[in-house]
Design a protein around this ligand. Structure first.
Ligand code: C2E
Ligand code: CA
Ligand code: CA
Ligand code: CA
Length: 280
């Protein structure tokens, strides 16, 4: 029995070693990825529902690995967060997105200013004061009008610690940027907390939008979030709109903005600029 146990243990630790090894490799390779030009941002258009006007874009990070090709953001963002790499990567993403948004204005000088939304991970939030400083520096260095920058914070990261969160959000908003709660609805208790947390908008998680045409519960939840947001006077954005019917239903329910494959997939910077030139 001892021998079997030993073997079993050896088998387990080998499997674990492999998983750990893969992770350590990814972490190691992610470390120099920005410098090697393997990381880039794509921009997914965001539209106002009422008249389908383009109002901005969400910046999403991509990693084109020299061997594995495109690595899923859910995988490498997690590696970046666990390893602490996100603390150097985050500010770089922020700066690159702000610089890109400065170009958009030149492409449509008479159009309404477009917003750029950047995802901020919970790890970046923990050092709250520092984040506000990073954001302020970025705005000063790039010259971007503060209200054009939207920071997407996940509901769980923000609502986990209400007291600390309120202070941190207040400090962030002093810079003039707008704060959105991302993946909203995944922690449903958040709906009541919303009154006490100072945010400018919520993004309804795409897992709810996916089934609003078939599932009455998902439609009820989505409608409740929309109604709540409107009564609080904050913007409500739906993500993951893949069908015309979803778009029509969300508009009917009073949702402000939407993004999704039906409206437009995330585009490399050059292609998003081309879209703007066409819009002009
Ligand atoms: P998220 O913030 O919820 O981003 C929206 C995700 O939905 C993106 O996945 C986008 O490509 C995808 N999407 C857009 N439209 C549709 C649609 O119609 N249907 C479906 N099924 N999906 C759609 P992506 O790019 O794989 O990003 C995954 C997550 O990775 C993001 O979720 C975000 O949490 C994180 N992430 C991406 N870029 C960054 C970044 O620069 N910083 C941080 N901290 N996190 C990031
Ligand atoms: Ca997001
Ligand atoms: Ca989301
Ligand atoms: Ca989501």
């Amino acid at each position: 029995a001892k021998v079997a146990g030993k073997n079993c243990h050896r088998f387990y630790s080998r499997a674990m070693d492999l998983a750990v090894e893969r992770r350590v490799n990814l972490e190691h390779e992610l470390r120099g990825a920005w410098e090697r030009g393997e990381l880039s941002l794509v921009y997914q258009p965001v539209y106002r529902l009422a008249d389908r006007t383009l109002v901005g874009a969400e910046a999403l990070l991509r990693w084109n690995h020299p061997v594995h090709g495109q690595v899923a953001p859910s995988v490498f963002i997690d590696v970046a967060e666990q390893s602490g790499l996100i603390e150097t990567l985050g500010p770089r993403v922020l700066r690159a997105a702000c610089l890109e948004a400065m170009h958009w204005q030149k492409l449509q000088p008479r159009g309404a200013p477009l917003s750029v939304a950047v995802n901020v991970s919970s790890r970046q939030l923990r050092h709250g004061g520092e984040l506000a400083q990073i954001v302020a520096d970025c705005l000063r260095e790039t010259g971007l009008e503060p209200s054009r920058l939207h920071l997407e914070l996940t509901e769980t990261a923000v609502l986990g610690d209400e007291v600390h969160a309120s202070q941190m959000l207040a400090r962030l908003r002093e810079t003039g940027v707008k704060v959105l709660l991302d993946d909203f609805g995944t922690g449903f208790s958040g709906l009541s907390h919303l009154r006490r947390v100072p945010v400018d908008g919520v993004k309804i998680d795409r897992s709810f939008i996916a089934d609003i045409l078939r599932d009455p519960d998902d439609l009820a939840l989505t409608s409740a979030i929309i109604a709540m947001a409107r009564s609080l006077g904050i913007t409500v954005i739906a993500e993951g709109v893949e069908k015309a019917g979803q778009y029509a239903l969300l508009r009917e329910r009073g949702c402000d903005q939407a993004q999704g494959y039906w409206l437009g997939a995330p585009l490399p910077a050059g292609e998003f600029r081309a879209l703007l030139s066409g819009v002009r």
